[in-house]
Write a protein that binds this ligand. Structure first.
Ligand SMILES: Cc1cc2nc3c(=O)[nH]c(=O)nc-3n(C[C@H](O)[C@H](O)[C@H](O)COP(=O)(O)O)c2cc1C
Ligand code: SF4
Length: 649
């Protein structure tokens, strides 16, 4: 039954002659799991299939390289010129279609950013990077201007590749003309300095995009949906703004069925394209809304969207006709299904932590902090019932304990979840006070709901001892007893003006207008940013020479920008004493310096609760330790370990 709460979001839309079951489309997200010869592999298929199964109306397969001769982004881009590749694409398209979604594929050319994701840096150095104009990339590599003959060949090839994609079974084509890749490079006055008919005026800069779209249209016929992905604005000085974004959309609309309005450019990082946790939800919707006012064709929006109510409003208010999600459908591929079924309070929200983006260049795999299945879908998309139902006790109801309890219960086990405090959630509870980390707090809330749905018996205020376990007579014990904040014996640490970062949410009102955050790891940096955003004067103290060394490579640059914006940071400062006026530190020259602040927030890391583990580790036939009690780390590790521990019972 359709969920009446979201009548617009859940209503079908027809583009060309294809009808899509709702307005929620799955965005392209990296051909990370393709084979070494650039074909979709079994993991690719599993990844896209799960998105379709989760209820998205269209599932976009990402980045098929159109013209390998001038675009050497191999290793992470699909390439239809590999023998046998068409069949692999057919299997992917079939896998998407069999769950009622429309299979779509993104045609792309990286232009002067060819090789961006290549693992083989030597090969990358030998690549030609072709762009609209001669120049030099920010990494120093030379860029050569494409000749008119090369442009003509690229245009022709777009059509040829589109025809092959149609033959493979894709039912929509997305032409990528945004995010700083080749077609966008032509659109950008910052990068396009040509003096021929492909440069200069906007009419000239948009010419190649029109030619490409005409070539694709010619290849696929009149009724086949074509979508163009644009950056509505480049969002940097010297780039084009929304006024040109509108004109570009108007110039291409005759060829397409859907105008997909994204934002930003690779040139200055993907921060506008893939909005960080510090940005509001739907931060780029205004671009789509502006463009929609000036075009007749349907418009799609994207960027930090996850809340169904907001998405419903976007469509109801005529700001866009389709909402795309990227990361949210990694976090919970079943988001659309849950919206349709009125179970939106069971949606696991994306944390915008960038783990997924950071994993790609580091390990060349997919990973999501909150979804242990991502990139591993072929290893099993279902939580399969256990052959025999067992009695399972989970000790500790933080994120790891909750996830283990939910998964074990989904397998048909009888699960008792014991928590020594009066609430579940563990460290996640403390995130409710940090505005940009609210989704982390919500993760605990949703997992608690899921645990109740699955019949987990939650026992609060319960300290588990060996005798307690023995009395219950459990078959399996999962130890998720977490970690404790490190509180060093610095003079003054017990004073009333000191708050442990995990308890900040309980003591918000006690925080004065000037604060020293002691400890510049990820938690300390985030707390400093939050307090700075609240208008407080914040000093951040770190004994090492690096702030947030525990932050992933994608998140770190933006975190550092925010730290600089909202606090004054002191590295290689060692706290000696806490007074009513701040923290007396030793700098690296050994000088004593007072870092001023009336309140001190202590964020010096966590220590595993090993004693609790040691007391219980032999109390059941099956015992597994998961999460912070093994090693304090992050949500990604806690969720992954917990899920798999429960599968092993
Ligand atoms: C891991 C990852 C890979 C991505 N790869 C692509 C891609 O191959 N092609 C593309 O056009 N956009 C890519 N994007 C951008 C997304 O399609 C989307 O525009 C962006 O993530 C913003 O949407 P979101 O806030 O819903 O995640 C990628 C994003 C992520 C997180
Ligand atoms: S890894 Fe983080 S940012 Fe990426 S989808 Fe998962 S929760 Fe969202």
């Amino acid at each position: 039954m359709n969920n009446n709460k979201y009548p617009n979001l859940t209503s079908p839309i027809t583009l060309g002659k294809v009808t899509f079951r709702n307005r929620i489309f799955s965005a392209p997200m990296g051909a990370t799991d393709i084979t070494a010869d650039c074909c979709p592999g079994p993991r690719t298929q599993g990844f896209y299939e799960l998105r379709a199964k989760g209820g998205a109306a269209a599932v976009t397969v990402s980045e098929l390289v159109v013209h390998p001769d001038t675009d050497g982004s191999h290793m992470l881009h699909l390439d239809l010129e590999t023998v046998g590749c068409l069949a692999a694409h057919t299997f992917v398209a079939d896998a998407i279609r069999r769950h009622g979604a429309v299979p779509s594929i993104e045609l792309s050319h990286s232009g002067q950013y060819a090789g961006t994701y290549m693992s083989d840096k030597n090969k990358k150095a030998s690549l030609n990077q072709w762009g609209p104009s001669d120049g030099t990339r920010p990494d120093g590599r030379p860029v050569k201007a494409l000749s008119k003959e090369q442009i003509a060949d690229i245009v022709k090839t777009y059509g040829e590749k589109a025809a092959l994609c149609k033959r493979a079974g894709y039912e929509m084509i997305m032409v990528h003309a945004g995010h700083g890749w080749l077609l966008h490079q032509f659109l950008s006055p910052y990068l396009n300095h040509r003096t021929d008919e492909y440069g200069g005026s906007l009419e000239n800069r948009v010419r190649i995009v029109r030619e490409v779209l005409a070539s694709v249209r010619n290849a696929v016929g009149p009724d086949f949906p074509i979508e163009v992905r644009l950056s509505g604005s480049e969002l940097f000085d010297g780039g084009y703004g929304i006024e040109d974004g509108i004109k570009i959309a108007q110039a291409v609309e005759e060829f397409v069925d859907l105008i997909h309005v994204s934002a930003g450019s690779y040139q200055f990082g993907f921060f506008n394209t893939t909005p960080p946790m510090f940005d509001e939800h739907g931060v780029n919707v205004w671009l789509a809304a502006e463009i929609k006012k000036h075009v007749k064709k349907p418009v799609a929006t994207i960027g930090a969207l996850s809340d169904p109510e907001q998405m419903e409003r976007i469509i109801a208010e005529g700001k866009a006709d389709v909402v795309y999600m990227g990361r949210q459908l990694l976090a919970d591929p079943f988001h659309p299904q849950k919206v349709m079924a009125g179970k939106e309070d069971r949606i696991v929200k994306c944390l915008r932590c960038y783990t997924c983006m950071a994993e790609r260049p580091v390990t060349f795999t997919r990973r999501c902090a909150v979804n242990p299945l991502i990139g591993r879908e072929i290893e099993g998309m279902e939580v399969v019932p256990a052959p025999k139902s067992k009695k399972v006790m989970v000790v500790g109801a933080g994120v790891a304990g909750l996830k283990a309890a939910v998964t074990a219960a989904q397998r048909g086990h009888k699960v008792i979840l014991c928590e020594k405090s009066d609430r579940v959630g563990g460290i996640l509870k403390s995130e409710q006070a940090i505005s940009f980390k609210y989704e982390m707090y919500e993760l605990g809330v949703v997992l608690e709901r899921q645990a109740k749905d699955e019949g987990v018996e939650i026992r609060l205020n319960t300290t588990v001892t060996p005798e307690y376990v023995e009395k219950e007579g459990v078959d399996a014990l999962i130890l998720a007893v977490g970690s404790t904040p490190i509180v060093p014996p610095i003079p003054g640490i017990d004073s009333d003006n000191v708050i442990i970062v995990n308890d900040y949410y309980l003591n918000k009102d006690k925080v004065s207008d000037s604060v020293v955050v002691l400890g510049g790891g990820l938690a300390g940096c985030e707390c400093a940013i939050h307090l700075g955003m609240e208008g407080k004067k914040v000093e951040l103290v770190e004994m090492r020479d690096t702030l947030a060394a525990d932050c992933n490579i994608r998140q770190r640059p933006i975190l550092m920008r925010k730290v600089a914006e909202f606090s004054t940071a002191h590295t290689e400062y060692v706290g000696q004493k806490i007074t009513a006026d701040g923290v007396v530190c030793k700098d690296k020259e050994g000088n004593e310096v007072l870092v001023p602040g009336k309140t001190v927030i202590c964020a010096l890391g966590q220590r595993s609760n090993r004693a609790d583990v040691d007391a219980l580790r032999r109390c059941a036939p099956f015992v597994r330790e998961v999460g912070d009690c093994v090693r304090p780390a992050n949500i990604t590790k806690a969720i992954y370990e917990a899920y798999h521990a429960a599968l092993d019972i």
